[in-house]
Design a protein around this ligand. Structure first.
Ligand SMILES: [Zn+2]
Length: 471
């Protein structure tokens, strides 16, 4: 009797670098997992897709997104699904809001969260003691987070406080990412990024959005990008990602008449505006700062009078963006390799989610078309490596038994046309089919995630940010 599967994707060009597959294959999905990948699979399926002429890759893992209410918001789940993403790491939290928001607004992705360390919000001061960090990490893990995020570019800690956060996460095998910047060294640059590498003191660390330290403020951006790659090559315990969008993102919030984020102040300086709430308003009016707004079910960017109206209606508590990322370092950081043939920057991410730049496919596939990346390179940077960094052993590849996470790409239109997440169709031809979300967490957070009605994926401490295999 012929076998029956939940889903069959027939005749696609399967690209699965971990398993050495780069050829036309059928893919069968059963019970949430990959069942078979073979040249011809006999049998039937509840859902069959003819994907001939299309590329079939492991589901895209965007390891840097924002889905919390204060930065982009719940609409981001849908935006990620439309962009072909099946797994994402929220890089701010706070975790309580992320769990409740995912339970309410999730559409079926696997989502995780690192919870921010912010003076006056989650820790008392900019120089929290190791004991205070220890306590906050325990709360965050119990709440479902996989670790902590240092927001040095926006809300810096001292050097000692930053080092204490990284060391504490390292001691517990928890995840930690550091948007570089400290009270002593607040401005983004390659030197600031290297300070962050030094403060890690050999502990594992995720260095986010390397492109944001290479904006050409001191040298041509492409040279800063190469310098950043050379710095990171000296710190093998540090994993890195960059993004391809021209827009940055930062909180537009003001209190007592001044913007709260350091990033806002830098953008105002670059545009020649005062570091005041009035300066922000003028920058929005003039089209220098763009405001995130709901533009028909997804977040877009609006500016001018419309932008000011959105920003004011939100009481300034809304994300904003500015076009500060030059093209050369963005492209260089995605394609450059070190001498041993590895990528200079490990992963391709977006810093998107609720921020309108979910462009791994939109801006990444053009690099494939230009032969700057192979399809296998693309799958490595957008799925296999980020899954490995996150300790998600069942993601990033299509071996039988792996999670049924698949992204299908149309190389003519440079767009995702079909995704499966957890063995269930998530998106097809621009339509999202919402289903239950999964949430990756550590054993400490399993009960919280389950109690919220989410399906926990438990990642063992110490398997995240793994040591690099010897070359
Ligand atoms: Zn971010």
């Amino acid at each position: 009797m012929a076998e029956h599967f939940d889903a069959l994707l027939r005749g696609g060009h399967v690209v699965d670098p971990k398993n050495g597959i780069d050829q036309v294959m059928d893919v069968a999905v059963q019970d949430g997992r990959i069942a078979r990948v073979e040249p011809t699979i006999r049998g039937t399926a509840t859902m069959e897709h003819d994907v001939s002429g299309k590329v079939v890759m492991p589901g895209i893992v965007d390891m840097h997104v924002h889905l919390s209410e204060w930065m982009g918001g719940p609409i981001g789940h849908r935006m990620l699904a439309l962009a072909g993403v099946t797994t994402a790491l929220d890089m701010a939290g706070p975790i309580e809001g992320m769990v409740s928001s995912t339970a309410k607004h999730g559409v079926g992705l696997s989502v995780g969260c690192i919870s921010y360390v912010r003076p006056g919000h989650t820790v008392g001061s900019a120089s929290p003691s190791p004991g205070e960090v220890e306590d906050y990490l325990a709360v965050a893990l119990k709440g479902g987070a996989i670790g902590l995020k240092l927001l040095g570019g926006h809300f810096p800690l001292t050097q000692d406080g930053s080092a204490a956060v990284i060391a504490t996460c390292g001691a517990h095998g928890a995840y930690v990412a550091f948007h570089a910047g400290t009270l002593e060294t607040p401005n983004p640059s390659v030197a600031t990024m290297e300070e962050a590498c030094l403060l890690a003191d050999g502990n594992p660390l995720h260095m986010p959005h390397v492109n944001s330290y290479c904006r050409g403020f001191e040298k041509p951006g492409v040279i800063e990008g190469q310098e950043a790659i050379e710095v990171l090559a000296r710190y093998p315990a540090i994993w890195s990602e960059s993004y391809l969008a021209p827009f940055n993102g930062f909180p537009g919030s003001c209190s007592n008449g001044v913007p709260e984020s350091n990033a806002a102040r830098r953008v105002l300086t670059a545009g020649g505006y005062a570091h005041t709430q009035d300066g922000v308003e003028q920058a929005i009016t003039d089209g220098w700062i763009h405001v995130q707004a709901d533009v028909g079910g997804v977040v877009g960017l609006v500016t001018g009078a419309d932008g000011v109206a959105v920003w004011k209606a939100a009481g300034t508590m809304v994300g904003v963006s500015c076009m500060v990322n030059g093209p050369e370092p963005r492209i260089h950081l995605v394609t450059a390799r070190s001498k041993d043939g590895r990528f200079g920057i490990d992963a391709l991410a977006t810093d998107g989610g609720g921020l309108p730049r979910n462009d791994i496919v939109e801006r990444g596939l053009p690099l494939v078309r230009m032969n700057a990346l192979t399809l296998a390179d693309f799958a490595i940077k957008a799925s296999l490596t980020p899954a490995h960094i996150l300790g998600l052993a069942d993601k990033g590849h299509l071996a039988p038994g792996a999670d049924g996470d698949i992204t299908v790409l149309d190389m003519d239109r440079l767009t995702p046309v079909l995704t499966y997440a957890g063995g269930r169709r998530l998106m097809e031809d621009g339509t999202v089919y919402p289903g239950p979300s999964r949430f990756f967490t550590t054993p400490a957070g399993r009960d919280t995630i389950a109690a919220a009605g989410l399906d926990p994926i438990v990642v063992a401490p110490g398997t995240m940010l793994p040591a690099r295999a010897a070359a």
